[in-house]
Design a protein around this ligand. Structure first.
Ligand code: RET
Length: 233
């Protein structure tokens, strides 16, 4: 078994515990508007738990020959992110009371970011890997720009408590999401290998748990705030 699998098993356990906790929190929520928060958040950790299991058991791993090196690439990360990051944005948009165009733009940029990230990860030429990384990071910056601009404007129309929760989750998202391309480019994928696979896997695990379970915990902590978010339409 690969040395880094300790972190992948930790990720599997963490995502599973998070899922069970969110399911327990969501019991008895009858309002369909409010149920959306629980449905999205439960899917986020369910998908992540299964993709972590896929990586821990070695199925989610492939090899890519880049120049002289053979890189171990965990492709299952991208299968996780392409579904879970739109769901995280959906949660934020729901909280902010965003309109459909704002949500569609965010999700479009996000899927573009992950898709170009897959190309970066599988590309055999080092320079082109960095090119696709740059394109993907450009999409991330555009996405965060909308988060701070349009989405925050929309959230400001909400009650004080809702706007405050939105602000907290938005800031958490900005900080954590910006770290992903940094870990990627300094890690094995960036081919310079400043961070070895073992520590890179640990770093992504901590980021994933914070961005999903930590995020969900803060979001679902107060039922009354979610009530305010969905009622004052
Ligand atoms: C990649 C590599 C290419 C450049 C960029 C990336 C961004 C990834 C991000 C992932 C976020 C994942 C989350 C997961 C679960 O909680 C694909 C690493 C910009 C932002 C939040």
């Amino acid at each position: 078994m690969a040395a880094e699998s300790i972190w992948l098993w930790t990720g599997t356990a963490g995502m599973t515990i998070g899922t069970l906790y969110f399911v327990a929190r969501g019991r008895g929520v009858r309002d369909p508007e409010m149920q959306q928060f629980y449905i999205a958040t439960i899917f986020i950790t369910t998908i992540a738990a299964s993709m972590y299991l896929l990586m821990a058991t070695g199925f989610g791993l492939t090899e890519v020959v880049v120049g002289e090196q053979t890189l171990d690439i965990y492709w299952a990360r991208y299968a996780d992110w392409v579904f879970t990051t739109p769901l995280l944005l959906f949660d934020l948009a729901l909280l902010a009371g965003a309109n459909r165009n704002t949500l569609a733009t965010l999700v479009g940029l996000d899927v573009f970011m992950i898709a170009t990230g897959v190309v970066a990860a599988l590309e055999p030429t080092p320079a082109y890997r960095i090119l696709w990384w740059g394109i993907s990071t450009g999409a991330l910056l555009a996405l965060l720009y909308i988060l701070v601009g349009t989405l925050s404007d929309q959230a400001r129309q909400k009650s004080g408590e809702v706007a405050r929760l939105f602000g907290t989750l938005r800031n958490l998202t900005i900080v954590l999401w910006l770290l992903y391309p940094v870990v990627w480019v300094l890690g094995t994928e960036g081919t310079i290998g400043v961070i070895p696979l073992y520590w890179e896997t640990a770093a992504f695990m901590v980021l994933d748990l914070s961005a999903k379970v930590g995020f969900g915990f803060l979001l679902l902590r107060s039922r009354s705030v979610l009530e305010q978010a969905t009622q004052a339409e």
